[in-house]
Design a binder for this molecule. Structure first.
Ligand code: TXA
Ligand code: MG
Length: 324
């Protein structure tokens, strides 16, 4: 049975498990992560196994300070500037991997690059105490909705892990933004809470969207974040028995007939919507409705990341092709 322990009391237990090469689910400001020592092949293998994650999909190495990050990745000046501006925080950067850093090859799935992130909160304290980087994907079964609460982790992975550290609901609610600096260009591999506008304001460069082709990055299977129900986007109306995910004042025709309703943000606030997204998808899925219909969410700012996740939730489930 999995134990759920409050973040105030869980530190020593989490450290002991990590030392033993075990995995631990921990809160970060984005989503809960399934953490293991990035330098320990057995621990990293356990992460892939617990999630049922394909081994070709690399993990993020989490660090507690810039010095630890610099021992693992090679920072160009733009990447360093981004790190100084947004770390700790919801930003991941893909950098050339230093082979001598001792990161187990499974973490980067054999690539010569490594994704690095410095989280806030319990995760940061844990890594500082452990004094080594932690590999941590989102703490959900592969292809499913990322967890934003300890209960969601326990529901998804509870029979496969020993400890969930409970830090309450995560504040951001979406996975980190992933960027890769390429010369004087910046590629946005996964939109997140650090928006294209934020990046441009920080370094004066507007990120280019998307991977350069193939499974360049982020849970890049088109179908990801999949609830059990079908998902219909940009809906103007609801059929009887369908569940409704609204945004702003409810406009969808027939909404009174919806089997269940959640509103991402009645005030139309994108931050609030992002923090509610995964929990509400999960709740509407649990309502038993066969289809979740979603009202339009504006594509600006954080709306880009929200629409990215909604698009994956709605994608055909057998889609193994790389997302555009
Ligand atoms: O907010 C987050 O980023 C959360 C918390 C736990 O930190 N983590 C997370 O991890 O979302 P995960 O594994 O679910 O997503 C990480 C994504 C993967 O889809 C992977 O393809 C991409 O990062 N990635 C990892 N290493 C990469 C690399 N070297 N090059 C390109 N993409 C990479
Ligand atoms: Mg994930």
């Amino acid at each position: 049975m999995v134990e759920i322990v409050g973040a105030d009391e869980a530190m020593e237990q989490a450290l002991a498990l990590l030392e033993a090469g075990e995995v631990v689910a921990i809160p970060t400001e984005t989503v809960y992560g399934l953490a293991g020592a990035a330098t320990n092949g057995a621990a990293v293998a356990r992460i892939f196994e617990a999630k049922g994650r394909p081994r070709f999909n690399p993990l993020i190495a989490h660090v507690s300070d810039l010095a630890m990050a610099e021992r693992i990745g090679v920072f160009d000046p733009l990447s360093r500037k981004l790190a100084e501006k947004f770390w700790p925080g919801p930003l991941t950067m893909v950098l050339p991997l230093r082979p001598e850093a001792g990161i187990h090859p499974l973490v980067a799935a054999g690539l010569e690059t490594i994704a690095l992130r410095m989280p806030r909160g319990f995760g940061a304290k844990l890594i500082a105490r452990f004094d080594r980087p932690l590999a941590a994907p989102s703490a959900n079964a592969s292809g499913r909705i990322s967890p934003t609460s300890a209960a969601a982790v326990a529901a998804s992975l509870g029979d496969r892990i020993k400890l969930v550290v409970d830090g309450g609901a995560t504040t951001v609610g979406l996975e980190s933004t992933i960027l890769k600096v390429e010369g004087q260009a910046v590629r946005l591999l996964r939109p997140g809470a650090v928006t294209a506008d934020d990046v441009e304001a920080a370094i004066g460069i507007r990120p280019i969207r998307g991977g350069a082709g193939g499974i360049q990055a982020p849970g890049m299977m088109a179908s990801h974040y999949a609830p059990g129900a079908a998902v219909r986007l940009n809906a103007g109306s609801v059929e009887k028995g369908e569940a409704l995910l609204a945004f702003g004042p409810v406009r969808a025709q027939g909404w009174r007939d919806a089997a269940a309703i959640r509103n991402l943000s009645e005030a139309g606030d994108l931050r609030e919507a992002a923090s509610n997204l995964f929990a509400y998808l999960r709740e509407l899925d649990a309502s038993g409705a066969g289809t979740i219909v979603v009202e339009p969410v504006p594509p600006e700012g954080l709306g880009e990341a929200i629409n990215d996740r909604l698009g994956r939730a709605a994608a055909p489930r057998d889609a193994l092709s790389a997302a555009p």
